[in-house]
Design a protein around this ligand. Structure first.
Ligand SMILES: Nc1ncnc2c1ncn2[C@@H]1O[C@H](COP(=O)(O)OP(=O)(O)OP(=O)(O)O)[C@@H](O)[C@H]1O
Ligand SMILES: [Mg+2]
Length: 443
């Protein structure tokens, strides 16, 4: 449940990058790597980075400029400099230009750990003081930069987020699997004014039904066998912040009636307890199941449904906002190019066409997986051959107009040809016809 910090490491020496990454991963941090200042700037722009660790001496643009750039644009993000012994003097100048601390190479894992902890703690302090002194000075474009998309559908979602982020109204997020429901929930929390308080995500489908109640609300000593002490639940842990109830459709009727009480009375009662405790938590619930249907079948309480849906956000499926595909693809190319290839991987136009045409039943998560796999498979550029078969042979059946078989056949053959890069041998093989027949059909 702990929120891992994102650390961006910048060094032109791949060995140092790997070493830092290994150490930081073993300390449970999430890392982004960049081999140049240019790449680092792009990552800073696209991701929420909690700490920047950079080398000073790098070809083209050096680490000083990066520190300066980061100090101007991300004043609250701590910066840690890693440097070789002869340039300790430089490290001191780096500190003047905005770095928090420096670490001399070679360093031990323990030294790294101490520096990271120290740097991150200064950030927390600063965050607290800046949050209490001024609110809402972030520019609009910087907010929600983790949600990619320019479609009407996404703009609409962002508008709602903007409206609700600073209040505690209960929010209900619906949408197909992989559309970004959890991302939306996190954006609401982390862009709002309670962002310093906890965001607790609970997968109601992932906790065994008999435990969900005590996990959510806590229990008192002696409530059931094994309850040897009083324990807080997720609701108490989220006090002051947000609890995200994912897959709410999986909550049992017993849990549902307790949730209803929490929402109505703003108080929780531990399992086995007689008294209630006041809590101050924003509830965000999400599901990809059809609650209306469940209500009809009496497996979901209608009164709870109306309590949960104070604000409704529907995250549209990717096939209804295809104009976002190139933007999203770009983000994932960057992310995985960096992770697996240490460079930006591109995608050729034919492969791009396939991404654009496909209907993405698994939505953004599926797109991300496809690109991740393709980045691993490809050399520098993703081609049609790096994409899974399902994308290559999707047929667009005309939605209204029904066409003669011959026409459909011709269309399909054209598709297979396009997918194989006009390789007739390959196309014939896939179509299970010989090349002569193929030629006569397209001729
Ligand atoms: N608009 C977006 N911009 C960038 N990344 C996105 C966007 N929407 C979703 N993602 C990414 O896609 C992945 C799936 O999103 P998320 O887990 O939020 O989906 P979900 O709706 O909760 O899915 P499920 O119903 O399967 O739990 C995540 O890695 C998320 O960061
Ligand atoms: Mg989810």
């Amino acid at each position: 449940m702990l929120q891992k910090e994102n650390i961006l490491i910048v060094d032109d020496d791949i060995n140092i990058l790997e070493l830092l990454q290994r150490h930081l991963h073993s300390m449970n941090y999430h890392t982004y790597k960049a081999v140049s200042v240019k790449e680092a700037v792009a990552i800073l722009r696209d991701s929420e980075i909690d700490l920047l660790i950079t080398d000073l001496k790098m070809p083209e643009v050096d680490g000083f400029e990066l520190i300066q750039f980061a100090s101007e644009h991300y004043p609250n993000m701590p910066k840690l400099v890693v440097t070789g012994y002869p340039s300790v003097q430089d490290a001191l100048s780096a500190i003047k230009s905005g770095a928090v601390d420096y670490l001399v190479k070679p360093f031990t894992k323990e030294e790294l750990k101490q520096s990271v902890l120290k740097s991150l703690s200064t950030a927390t302090k600063r965050k607290i003081s800046s949050a209490t002194s001024r609110q809402g000075t972030q520019s609009e474009s910087k907010k929600y930069n983790e949600i990619i998309g320019e479609s009407e559908g996404i703009k609409n979602v962002i508008q709602i987020i903007d409206r609700v982020k600073d209040n505690k109204a209960t929010i209900f997020i619906s949408g197909e699997s992989g559309t970004g429901k959890e991302l939306v929930a996190r954006s609401i929390h982390y862009n709002g004014k309670f962002s310093r308080a906890p965001f607790i995500s609970v997968n109601c489908g992932g906790i065994p039904e008999n435990l969900l109640e005590s996990e959510l609300f806590g229990y008192v000593k002696g409530a059931f066998t094994g309850a040897n002490e009083n324990r807080d639940g997720f609701f108490q842990a989220a006090d002051g912040g947000t609890i995200f109830l994912d897959e709410i459709g999986n909550a049992s009727l017993a849990v549902q009636s307790r949730l209803l009480r929490v929402l109505q009375e703003k108080e929780v009662m531990k399992v086995g307890d007689r008294k209630t405790e006041k809590i101050d938590v924003r509830v965000i619930a999400a599901t990809n199941s059809n609650l209306k249907e469940m209500i009809a079948k009496e497996t979901f309480r209608e009164d709870l449904f109306y309590r949960l849906t104070v604000v409704e956000i529907n995250v549209p499926p990717l096939r209804d906002r295809k104009e976002d595909i190139p933007l999203l693809a770009d983000k994932f190319l960057f992310k995985y190019g960096n992770e697996y290839k240490d460079r930006y991987v591109t995608i050729d136009p034919e492969a791009q066409v396939l991404l654009q045409r496909y209907d993405w039943p698994g939505n953004i998560r599926e797109l991300e997986n496809v690109i991740q796999r393709a980045v691993i498979m490809c050399d520098r550029t993703i081609g049609v051959e790096d994409l899974p078969e399902t994308l290559k042979y999707q047929i667009d059946f005309p939605k209204e107009e029904l066409v003669p078989l011959k026409e459909m056949e011709k269309k399909y053959i054209e598709k297979v040809l396009a997918a194989t890069g006009n390789n007739q041998t390959k196309a014939a093989e896939i179509l299970n016809i010989d090349r002569k027949t193929l030629r006569s059909k397209i001729g």
